[in-house]
Write a protein that binds this ligand. Structure first.
Ligand SMILES: *Cc1c(COP(=O)(O)O)cnc(C)c1O
Length: 366
């Protein structure tokens, strides 16, 4: 495993050596070999969600937030209104993006441990016909909660509005079937469940929605319509592509296929999560969420109520043993998070639990 730490984070995360190895060459961005690699990337991204024929894949340089910002800037026009369904920090971030882009935006909010509920969404859409777009975070990485995406998608489509899905921390592991679920645009990035390296976001978008969005974006770079037209014209990126990131992601997508697609990957993550949860409970930790709404992506644990454990000490001690955990992001309770995604299996989680047990014993002894 070389000298890389084990990343128990929601991305960047632990990647396979083959994926990292795919970066060990230079690519000319306008060379036919890289144009072919880009075409393979776009085709494979669509295939993950069954979007061939109905959607187009538009990759964009940058982190996940960049693609969310580009999608809102492009698809939500100056005369449109966005409704964001918020039960965590990433939903809140979409509200901020829309405001910064000068778009009309409203939010419906739920507590961080409650799923978005379709009845309230339907009522809001009926009450306000000026809402044109609805945005949802599939798995809210703030807590790891799984929102009932297909149900919300069909309510939104039933009311005739466009549906934007932030699938950043679910794409590649949790089912998103564009053949059966009405989604206008799915947004995700290279470095989460796809197990690529960071540097690239992408949207799977209905071409009709993109056509209608020409000229909407107030930004040159964050313009998904122009980015798409660039690929359609000559298969090339408009501006310098992160060539090594693309090469790594194509390798990672081939590996996803070999694992049995999102269903195979979900099974491995579910095994990771089950191992983690059983072990953490044995060590006396409580899961923040109700298990019924928990996705097998990232788990939030409460800090012990007696205040004996300090996150920084716990983090440092585990880092010394080669494991990087993740701080909590809850607005109310003291917590920390452990990611279940990345090129890891149950045995890695057994080793982690062993390290946590040793760390707790040592911290208690001082
Ligand atoms: C990771 C993530 C993002 C994007 O975060 P970046 O740090 O910009 O990559 C957006 N939404 C969700 C739900 C995420 O998990």
């Amino acid at each position: 495993m070389s000298d890389s730490p084990i990343l128990l984070t929601p991305g960047p995360l632990t990647t396979a050596i083959e994926t990292r190895r795919a970066m060990l060459r230079d690519w000319g961005s306008r060379d036919p070999a890289f144009i072919a690699l880009t075409a393979e990337l776009r085709q494979r991204l669509l295939a993950v969600a069954g979007g061939e024929g109905s959607h187009v894949a538009v990759p964009l340089q940058g982190s996940g937030t960049f693609i969310v910002e580009a999608a809102i800037a492009t698809l939500v026009g100056p005369g449109d209104k966005l409704l964001v369904l918020v039960n965590g920090a990433y939903g809140e971030r979409m509200v901020t993006i829309a405001q910064r882009m000068g778009r009309a935006v409203e939010a419906i909010r739920w507590a961080e441990d409650e799923v978005v509920e379709s009845g309230r969404v339907a009522a809001a859409l009926r009450a306000d016909p000026s809402i044109t777009h609805v945005a949802l975070v599939h798995c809210e990485t703030t807590t790891g909660i799984l929102n009932p995406m297909p149900e919300i998608a069909s309510v939104v489509a039933g009311e005739g509005r466009a549906f934007l899905l932030d699938a950043m921390s679910s794409f590649g592991a949790l089912e998103i079937d564009l053949r059966t679920t009405p989604v206008t645009a799915v947004l995700a990035s290279s470095n989460k469940c796809l197990e690529g390296v960071p540097g690239l976001g992408f949207a799977l978008v209905r071409p009709e929605a993109l056509e209608r969005a020409a000229g909407n974006s107030p930004s040159l770079s964050f313009d998904l319509h122009a980015q798409w037209k660039g690929f359609e014209k000559d298969g090339q990126w408009r501006f310098t592509p992160p060539v090594q990131v693309v090469a790594a992601l194509v390798e990672a997508l081939r590996r996803l296929d070999a694992e049995g697609g999102p269903e195979g990957r979900r099974r491995r993550y579910q095994g990771n999560f089950a191992t983690l949860l059983a072990g953490m409970r044995r060590l006396g930790f409580d899961l923040f969420l109700d298990e019924a709404v928990q996705a097998p992506i990232i788990a939030t644990f409460r800090m012990p109520a007696d205040g004996t454990l300090v996150f920084r000490d716990f983090y440092d001690a585990l880092a010394d043993r080669g494991f990087l955990i993740y701080p909590g992001k809850l607005t109310k309770a003291e917590s920390f998070r452990i990611g279940c995604i990345g090129a890891l299996d149950r045995r890695d989680f057994e080793r982690l639990l062993h390290a946590i047990e040793g760390t707790l014993a040592r911290l208690e002894a001082v």
